[in-house]
Design a protein around this ligand. Structure first.
Ligand SMILES: NC(=O)C1=CN([C@@H]2O[C@H](COP(=O)(O)OP(=O)(O)OC[C@H]3O[C@@H](n4cnc5c(N)ncnc54)[C@H](OP(=O)(O)O)[C@@H]3O)[C@@H](O)[C@H]2O)C=CC1
Ligand SMILES: N[C@@H](CC=O)C(=O)O
Length: 353
């Protein structure tokens, strides 16, 4: 028996997870209690390949690296090619869909439809795509539950750094009154590089090369990516269903080298700070650049590292710092969801986020 996966999208994060599955095959088998087998990959540009008995993952990665496409993956007896994302979700024998297409900050599509199709077919979804969790969390988690499937979204906030399941599993009993942090790796990387003398454009180009930025980096720069993460935290951790129009949002586009120098001269530093503050049944939410003093714990969070502080009424502030983006780091978030599914199934327990 093996737990079968179908990847929808096979860019930075999808390949990151595939590499981890190859490298940690034995450990993953131990943790999951069964092998993990990739049976299908469907990507808009690279094409698609399906084999119900499993793909040769090393070969897949090699072919994609050499040719940028899945077309030259060998045509064995039961290999099928050319299936689009919805056919792959509905008609393959996958147990879990790994949804790693781009995040669409206006509509959340086509990822929302990918999740709907997976749940309707009784399949789990693990995803780092922020669209479905930010825009349709209530609908999709209800649909997953109705069909006995799991909606794994750990990677949507701060890549593999535990931010969603951790407070639900380890902080219950506290009232979390405020959440504050740096939730976007690309902008934090750009601000750090600009402090070190790099131009904005050089820093953005490097963040894109390294696979940190969104397919459309406007999302990072204008703060929409951080806004989505704020909405997900409000929904999942605070239980308040925010919409994008509830969050005031300003990115770093207006921060100039002169602003960076002025902050330095005042013993301060620019950071793109996200906040959620509970006011009774409501949450006041914002994303905005702030000039913070160097003794603020967020001031030392540099590069693609992110940080989050949960203000708890019983234990006080709890801060987690770690990777905010990256190929392996986000690949790991998906693995953590897969292992969580297996652990809960083994124990016969229900699922948290
Ligand atoms: N990179 C990171 O560090 C992090 C990324 N994320 C999120 O994870 C997701 C994946 O990110 P990443 O791998 O970096 O993105 P990439 O742009 O590298 O990869 C996405 C892949 O999905 C493909 N794709 C787009 N639309 C479809 C579709 N309808 N059907 C099938 N394939 C499709 C893209 O093809 P094409 O190139 O042709 O568009 C591309 O190959 C995104 O939603 C992102 O926001 C979350 C945390 C961190
Ligand atoms: N583009 C995002 C990737 C992770 O969500 C970021 O830079 O944080």
């Amino acid at each position: 028996m093996a737990h079968k996966l179908a990847f929808i999208g096979f860019g930075t994060v999808g390949q990151g997870l595939a590499e981890i599955l190859l490298r940690k095959q034995q450990l993953v088998r131990q943790e999951m209690g069964e092998d993990v087998q990739v049976v299908a990959i469907s990507d808009a540009i690279k094409g698609s390949v399906y084999n119900p008995d499993g793909l040769d993952l090393a070969l897949v990665l090699d072919v994609v690296k050499r040719t940028g496409s899945l077309e030259s993956y060998p045509d064995e007896r039961s290999t099928q090619k050319g299936w689009d994302s919805l056919k792959t979700i509905r008609e393959t024998n996958a147990d879990t869909i790994v949804e790693v297409t781009f995040t669409n900050v206006r509509t959340g599509q086509p990822a929302i439809d990918h999740c709907r199709a997976a749940f309707a077919a009784g399949k789990n979804v693990v995803t780092s795509n922020k669209g479905p969790a930010a825009l349709q969390y209530a609908e999709l988690s209800a649909l997953a539950q109705e069909h006995g499937a799991y909606f794994g979204i750990e990677g949507t906030v701060m890549s593999g750094t535990p931010t969603l399941r951790m407070p639900l599993l380890t902080l219950p009993g506290n009232d979390i009154t405020e959440i504050r942090g740096i939730f976007n790796g690309t902008t934090n990387y750009i601000l750090t590089c600009m402090e070190r003398g790099m131009t904005y454009h050089e820093a953005l180009a490097r963040a894109q090369q390294l696979g940190y930025a969104e397919a459309d980096p406007t999302s990072d720069i204008e703060g929409y990516d951080a806004m989505y993460k704020v909405i997900i935290l409000a929904n999942v951790v605070m239980g308040v269903p925010l919409q994008p129009h509830d969050v005031t949002c300003r990115g770093i586009a207006d921060i100039t080298p002169a602003d960076i120098q002025r902050a330095g001269a005042q013993g301060k530093r620019w950071k793109l700070v996200s906040r959620l503050v509970k006011r009774g049944a409501d949450v006041i939410a914002s994303v905005a650049p702030e000039m913070i003093s160097l003794d603020d714990p967020l001031a030392s969070v540099s590069g693609t590292t992110n940080a989050i502080t949960y203000e708890c009424d019983l234990i006080g502030p709890v801060t987690v710092m770690g990777a905010g983006a990256g190929r392996t780091e986000t690949g790991f978030s998906l693995l953590s969801d897969l292992i969580y599914i297996a652990h809960q199934a083994k124990r016969g327990h229900g699922m948290l986020v």
